[in-house]
Design a protein around this ligand. Structure first.
Ligand SMILES: C[S@@+](CC[C@H](N)C(=O)[O-])C[C@H]1O[C@@H](n2cnc3c(N)ncnc32)[C@H](O)[C@@H]1O
Ligand code: SF4
Ligand code: SF4
Length: 340
């Protein structure tokens, strides 16, 4: 029977930074800009999650949405829909994003922190704040012990830069050891990971790599670190790790920042590098803040649609499957034209 549901609340868990903590919801309610507060102390005491309480409280929240008495954070949320849903008391999606440390400084990215050395002053405080708000590996082991993960659970690493997290390889290897095959890693690809290589070999890992440029010069302007050659070198190594039965994605991604990387030559070179180095898909986005800042000026929307059309043409010429993020879809919708 159909009822009001939020598929995100019903299925997910989010490991966020210390300031936010662990939450049920992995998204933001676009109608009021709110996100969820951390799960309460009675569910998570700072070390372990009481899984019975976790699901008990989740069921209560699901029931509140069903009956139209959702908490403030969920009211009028874009995710609420009328659909069938059966509460199987399992987690189907994990977002792992508890650290903001990054070795890049992308011009469009808000809220990343520079890495520090252990010998730096206040390193311990920095580590506690940015890197280890709680022991994620232990919580994940506990999840497996209590069998709370659906077998096809999607595991999504983000950040900051996930490959810099000191326990990144341990966590990824642990998921692979336990036969999870639906793992996606968002990375800038500067740091090589043996665990990612293994995940690709074993057909368990997809990569979504933020590259955002086609030439070294523009990459440096967008990412604000010298890393173009390293990124493609690592990509080639991952690509060589693929076996014949690889069915996941090695996707390269481009976030358009007008005035910085919106030259057609950059978009074309990005597609060529992606093909040459073994990408199985390319993705396009425009940075989030732009849609709010530009007041939907028609000339800018048209410019974005024109370069997106060009990018699609180049992807097709290079026989690369492509995908758009919702911001690009939104541009076409605003102009009332079909997506290419
Ligand atoms: C926050 S990053 C974390 C993972 C990793 N450091 C990376 O760059 O892929 C996750 C994704 O969000 C994208 N992103 C970050 N800030 C954005 C923004 N303002 N607008 C659109 N995408 C953004 C990045 O390009 C990246 O693909
Ligand atoms: S309704 Fe919106 S805010 Fe509430 S849990 Fe779902 S996605 Fe999050
Ligand atoms: S690499 Fe990722 S986290 Fe780092 S600055 Fe760029 S988008 Fe942000």
């Amino acid at each position: 029977m159909k009822s009001l549901i939020c598929n995100n609340l019903n299925t997910s868990i989010c490991f966020n930074s210390k300031a936010i903590g662990i939450t049920y919801c992995t998204l933001t309610n676009a109608s009021n800009g709110t996100g969820w507060p951390k799960i309460s102390d009675e569910v998570f005491d700072g070390h372990a999650i009481d899984w019975n309480k976790f699901f008990e409280l989740r069921t209560k929240e699901i029931e509140a949405i069903k009956s139209g008495t959702a908490r403030r954070e969920c009211q009028n949320c874009q995710q609420i829909e009328e659909a069938d849903f059966e509460d199987d008391k399992k987690i189907h999606y994990i977002l792992l994003s508890p650290w903001q440390v990054c070795n890049s400084d992308c011009i469009y990215c808000l809220g990343h922190a520079e890495p520090r050395k252990e010998t730096d002053i206040n390193y311990k405080e920095f580590y506690n704040d940015y890197v280890e708000p709680y022991d994620m590996l232990e919580i994940i082991k506990d999840m497996i012990r209590h069998d709370v993960l659906a077998p096809d659970c999607e595991i999504d690493f983000a950040g900051g830069e996930p490959t810099l997290y000191p326990k990144f390889d341990d966590i990824l290897n642990f998921f692979i050891d336990n036969n999870f095959k639906n793992i996606i890693i968002h990375t800038n690809n500067i740091q090589y990971s043996k665990a990612i290589e293994r995940g690709i070999k074993e057909n368990a890992v997809s990569l979504m790599i933020s590259i955002d440029a086609g030439t070294k010069k523009c990459h440096e302007k967008t990412k604000r670190v010298k890393s173009f050659d390293k990124v493609w070198h690592n990509f080639k190594k991952y690509s060589h790790a693929k076996k014949k039965d690889y069915t996941k994605r090695l996707c390269t991604k481009y976030v358009i920042v007008p005035g910085v990387n919106d030259d057609k030559k950059e978009l074309e070179e990005f597609i060529k590098c992606s093909r040459k180095n073994g990408a199985t898909q390319v993705a396009l986005n425009v940075y989030n803040q732009l849609l709010n800042e530009m007041n939907y000026e028609e000339h800018l929307l048209k410019h974005l649609a024109e370069i997106s059309d060009f990018w699609v043409r180049k992807a097709k010429e290079n026989k690369l499957p492509y995908m758009f993020f919702p911001n690009i879809e939104y541009v076409y919708k605003k102009l009332n034209i079909h997506l290419p």
